[in-house]
Write a protein that binds this ligand. Structure first.
Ligand code: NAP
Length: 260
């Protein structure tokens, strides 16, 4: 097992990608703090599944956009488990509107969850990881952090911020034994994606992806396991796309459009 004896905190682990990461980590031997904001039943269900696998788990409600709640979560996690080896900053939201119609409060909400939330958690857990001699932080950004997302200006800006924050922290904290990496998923079938597209649009997107399908939460979770493990001990400040080849497809998509 790749994460035997490690303790991991996964933000936004009640559903979607975070849930898959929490379960995959548990299968690899880790005990898990399952963070969520609203869906306590789903979070408790993830805890039950982890316990069935034979690991310890604790659901912790905390809004990552509130630095005090994040600090309380960090102190609780260290109190319960004695250490935290891995932090996965996965919690995120999307609010779409063209820039000229985007309400300042929607901009603020997206930035405060997706970017400020990552900073608050990195800070609260990073300080404690330094004291314990090291750790691994994995930030879930998005391919929208390097390619503008139609109507997703706030989301793209927040994810671009996560990418540079990842690299910044990797440089500052490398000497303290903390590795910091980012994963940029393309479209992954979760509530977030389903809220944005119709079934027909999702099927068409599948056909436009070189891999011939949309991403599954497990596709992201498998890479997170590797980055969290000691096998990745020389990897820090790296940013990985998990998108079935979508980001590489600009000319292929242009070609398809021109032929229509
Ligand atoms: P999702 O299905 O909508 O799940 C979002 C998760 O984040 C839920 O567990 C939710 O908790 C939690 N959350 C939301 N706001 C929070 C807050 N303020 N504090 C704490 N937890 C909060 O989303 P997903 O598709 O799995 O996305 C996970 C991450 O991957 C996000 O960062 C997203 O931007 C990124 N991503 C997703 C895709 C995609 O296509 N799905 C693509 C690229 C990147 P509750 O259940 O309690 O509300």
């Amino acid at each position: 097992m790749k994460l035997e004896g490690k303790v991991a905190v996964v933000t936004g682990a009640s559903r979607g990608i975070g849930r898959a990461i929490a379960l995959e980590f548990a299968k690899e031997g880790a005990n898990i703090v399952v963070n969520y904001r609203t869906r306590s039943e789903e979070a408790e269900e993830v805890v039950r599944r982890i316990e069935e696998i034979g690991r310890k788990a604790l659901a912790v409600r905390a809004d990552v956009s509130d630095p005090e709640q994040v600090e309380e979560m960090a102190s609780l996690a260290f109190e319960e488990f004695g250490r935290v080896d891995v932090l996965v900053n996965n919690a995120g939201i999307i609010i779409k509107a063209p820039l000229e119609e985007l309400a300042p409060e929607d901009w603020d909400r997206v930035i405060s969850v997706n970017l400020n939330g990552v900073f608050y958690a990195m800070r609260s857990f990073g300080v404690r990881m330094m004291r314990q001699g090291g750790g691994s932080i994995i930030n879930v950004a998005s391919v929208a952090g390097h390619t503008p997302l139609e109507g997703g200006g706030a989301y793209s800006a927040s994810k671009a911020g996560v990418i540079i924050l990842t690299r910044q922290a990797a440089v500052e904290w490398g000497p303290k034994g903390i590795r910091v990496n980012a994963i940029c998923p393309g479209p992954v079938l979760t509530d977030m994606l389903r809220s944005e597209y119709t079934e027909e649009e999702l099927r068409r997107r599948e056909r436009l992806t070189p891999a011939g399908r949309l991403g599954r939460p497990e596709d992201v979770a498998k890479l997170a396991v590797f980055l969290a493990s000691d096998e990745a001990s020389y990897i820090t400040g790296a940013v990985y796309d998990v998108d079935g080849g979508l980001s590489a497809s600009t000319y292929r998509l242009l070609h398809e459009l021109l032929r229509q």
